[in-house]
Design a protein around this ligand. Structure first.
Ligand SMILES: Cc1cc2nc3c(=O)[nH]c(=O)nc-3n(C[C@H](O)[C@H](O)[C@H](O)COP(=O)(O)OP(=O)(O)OC[C@H]3O[C@@H](n4cnc5c(N)ncnc54)[C@H](O)[C@@H]3O)c2cc1C
Length: 434
């Protein structure tokens, strides 16, 4: 055992905080190092909080966490350039009585709140300090971290890497490769101030209730990606993200897509009079199951975004981050109780716990989706456009009989996609998402 800490946690996002809090509460000595001025200042998220993951760590979080609105309605919009199919939505005012409900949050506030709990549980948290590398012994076992501060090397029996999507620390130490352009989305997000009453009027919700809108279709110019519009207490979060490889190939900047989305006739009235508060850009790991790095080794564990644990299909990330942080911490707690060393063989229990959880089960389920989207990019542009065209045709009452309209729609479909093409798309879609 080292003369330093039992565990060092690098990063104070949801993954790092979940790990540090779980460890500290169990009496393990923890040092958490965060490069931001305060936790959350460097972090970007939509942000939907999926409460189940937090409930497992802080069961009474609803009493004190800074929650914005409870989501009672989820809308899914398919957008063409000028039109939008806004018909798919699910509203349930009963969500508030359900245990695993969802909330919108603002990450700067949420991360700071979580970090206060970590400190309160007994961990030492140091902000404004960047971890620059990992210390290893002669056998290659991780024994601590290097920081940018003079004399800033710190020893520990284990290091948890929770340093986010780029994980420069993991890369420099040769624990994982740089994220590939075709495995990463670049998302931009604006927070726009809008008085609370206007939000409630425009989105049809009461005090404390919220709506989230997920957007797909030609809004991304046929590139793989999606947009979102979420309601906070007195602000809106609007964003859009596309694969870095697509953006590079097309020479399109993400902010151009965001401007396009804000100008869209279905979105513009919702933003009327809103004032810009904040602009942020961030990468999202979208490589899925097949792109996961090794998640543990002698003296180290990788959690959250740094391990690529993102479910891009359901737009979940922070919950996978918190669950993986908790499972990594529980693995270390269990080994410490048994006086078992933090060897790769012993830490493989973390991977087994992840495999047994929704985290890996979901990632495995959608393992084929990234390849499907790369090989069939037309599905994101062609089908929303066909749907919009069909809706426009059928809803225009212009004296043309409905059978003729139906034939026009079918002709449009056949012109854009052959029957074989349609069947092939349906089969490949089913295989990827089944
Ligand atoms: C635009 C956007 C919208 C999203 N929307 C949602 C959503 O609605 N719901 C959802 O669940 N997920 C969402 N996600 C994903 C979610 O944000 C991530 O999955 C989640 O933040 C991962 O948590 P983490 O702790 O692993 O990483 P992060 O939140 O990135 O935290 C990493 C931390 O490590 C620190 N750090 C990095 N390097 C170092 C270093 N060398 N030394 C010290 N500290 C370091 C960083 O400053 C940061 O605080 C979204 C992501 C984006 C970009």
């Amino acid at each position: 055992m080292s003369e330093g800490f039992d565990v060092i946690v690098v990063g104070a996002g949801p993954a790092g905080n979940a790990a540090a809090y779980t460890l500290a509460r169990a009496g393990v000595s923890v040092l958490q190092i965060e490069r931001g001025e305060t936790p959350g200042t460097k972090n970007v998220q939509g942000a939907i909080l999926y409460s189940h993951a937090l409930e497992e760590i802080v069961p009474d979080f609803r009493k004190h966490a800074p929650l914005e609105r409870q989501i009672i309605e989820q809308r899914m919009w398919l957008m063409d350039e000028g039109q939008a199919c806004t018909g798919v939505s699910y509203r349930d005012d009963g969500f508030s009585e359900m245990p695993h409900n969802r909330y919108t949050i603002i990450r700067t506030r949420f991360d700071r709140w979580f970090s206060d709990l970590v400190r309160g549980a007994g961990a030492i948290v140091i902000n404004e300090t960047t971890v620059t590398g990992l210390l290893k012994d002669r056998a290659g076992r991780v024994i601590g971290v290097q920081t940018e501060r003079a004399g800033g090397d710190v020893l520990a029996d284990a290091v948890i890497l929770a340093d986010g999507v780029n994980s420069l620390v993991g890369q420099r130490a040769g624990l994982r490769a740089d994220i590939k352009a075709e495995h990463a989305a670049l998302a931009v997000k604006e927070t726009l101030f809008l008085p609370k009453e206007l939000i409630e009027q425009r989105f049809g919700v009461a005090d404390g209730q919220g709506v989230v809108i997920e957007v797909a279709g030609r809004i991304t110019h046929g590139m793989i990606g999606t947009g979102f519009l979420y309601t906070n207490r007195d602000s809106l979060a609007i964003g859009i993200g596309c694969m870095v490889s697509d953006l590079r190939e097309r020479g399109i900047a993400p902010y151009q897509l965001l401007e396009g989305m804000k100008r869209h006739p279905a979105v513009k009235p919702l933003l009327e009079g809103a004032a810009m508060k904040e602009y942020a850009a961030h990468l999202i790991a979208e490589g899925g199951y097949k792109a996961l790095p090794n998640l543990y080794g002698d003296g180290w564990l990788m959690v959250g975004d740094s391990a690529g644990l993102i479910n891009g299909v359901h737009r979940e990330g922070s919950n996978l981050a918190m669950t993986s942080g908790r499972l990594a911490a529980e693995t270390l707690i269990d080994l410490k109780k048994r006086d078992a060393p933090f060897t790769a063989a012993n830490l493989s229990a973390y991977k087994a716990a992840l495999d047994n959880s929704y985290v890996m089960k979901d990632l495995r389920k959608y393992a084929a989706v990234p390849d499907f989207l790369h090989e069939n990019p037309h599905v994101l542009g062609a089908y929303p456009s066909l749907l919009s065209g069909a809706a426009r045709e059928m809803l225009t009452v212009d004296g043309v009989d409905k059978r003729t309209k139906q034939s026009r729609i079918l002709a449009d479909v056949r012109q854009k996609r052959s029957l074989l093409g349609l069947l092939g798309d349906a089969y490949r879609f089913w295989r990827a998402f089944k």
